[in-house]
Design a protein around this ligand. Structure first.
Ligand SMILES: [Zn+2]
Length: 286
């Protein structure tokens, strides 16, 4: 279970571990995760980290960890809709009653509220003071797949930890690995937002026979200094051309792919990247 979290929620668990080690865990968190599973695992992971009696925290094997993971720790409570449409006020009241008693085994309680987008308005309102000034030590973790459905008053009282981008990144990494990029190349391509945008412009300008495509070719070549960035741009262009093949623009796709294959050959004879993009823009403009 924990190996899984270390790999998939690396950034998020690192952040939480830091907060824990500096004694700065927030009262309340909002974990945002498209499929909620990773967020839920991380919530349990955090409760284990806090309660673990082993040396390598959290080990997942000591009595506390095992109790938490199996859902049997008296101070780690999970609230979820149990198949119902809503999370009602009764369930929030139960948490508050629980908080009025003293913790059984630990000195801090963990309340995990899954599918928090299903909280009814009264339930959400009843939660507010728990999130803001709990009467006893507690870390409340709300988990949702949709922040838009969480009341702003709740959002503003929680520290938001987002798992969703991570999932998107993971999809991209897998795609690049499947297309011949090495793991170190994929790592070096961590933030490609600017390249994506500029490459998209360049592609559109070519299709529109816009002379700006030559300017964009030069700008792209300036931006893409490393071999992996250059390969990434060519990968995007091929991917989009390939997509045209399956649409009503088959001819465009076929023509673009033909030039891109020529570029592949030119790369072997060490033509510099700027000249490759120039070639593409000029071929297209003819
Ligand atoms: Zn443990």
């Amino acid at each position: 279970m924990f190996v899984n979290i270390q790999e998939r929620g690396k950034k998020q668990s690192k952040l939480l571990r830091q907060a824990f080690e500096q004694n700065k865990l927030a009262h309340s968190y909002l974990f945002v995760d498209a499929n909620e599973i990773q967020a839920l695992n991380t919530a349990y992971w955090l409760a284990c980290l806090f309660n673990c009696s082993g040396t390598e925290k959290p080990d997942g094997t000591c009595q506390n960890c095992r109790q938490i993971i199996s859902g049997n720790h008296p101070d780690v409570l999970l609230v979820k809709p149990e198949g119902k449409q809503n999370l009602g006020i009764d369930q929030v009241r139960l948490l508050k009653e629980e908080l009025a008693k003293s913790p059984v085994q630990s000195n801090v309680r963990f309340f995990i509220i899954n599918e928090a987008q299903k909280l009814t308005l009264p339930a959400a309102n009843a939660l507010l003071n728990l999130l803001e000034e709990p009467i006893a030590p507690v870390v409340t973790i709300l988990i949702t797949n949709n922040t838009d459905q969480i009341l702003p008053t709740i959002r503003s009282r929680t520290q938001i930890i987002n798992f969703t981008n991570n999932e998107k990144e993971k999809g991209k990494s897998a795609e690049l690995l499947a297309n011949g990029f090495s793991p170190s190349e994929v790592d070096s391509l961590e933030d490609t937002a600017k390249l994506d945008k500029k490459t998209r412009y360049f592609y559109q300008e070519m299709l529109e026979h816009n002379s700006l495509s030559l300017v964009s070719a030069h700008q792209l070549a300036e931006m893409a200094k490393s071999k992996s960035e250059q390969n990434y741009i060519l990968f995007l262009l091929k991917k989009w051309a390939q997509a045209e093949l399956n649409s009503s623009n088959q001819e465009i796709g076929a023509r673009m792919l033909k030039y891109l294959l020529e570029i592949d050959k030119m790369q072997y004879s060490n033509v510099n990247f700027r000249n490759l993009l120039d070639f593409l823009a000029l071929q297209w403009k003819r």
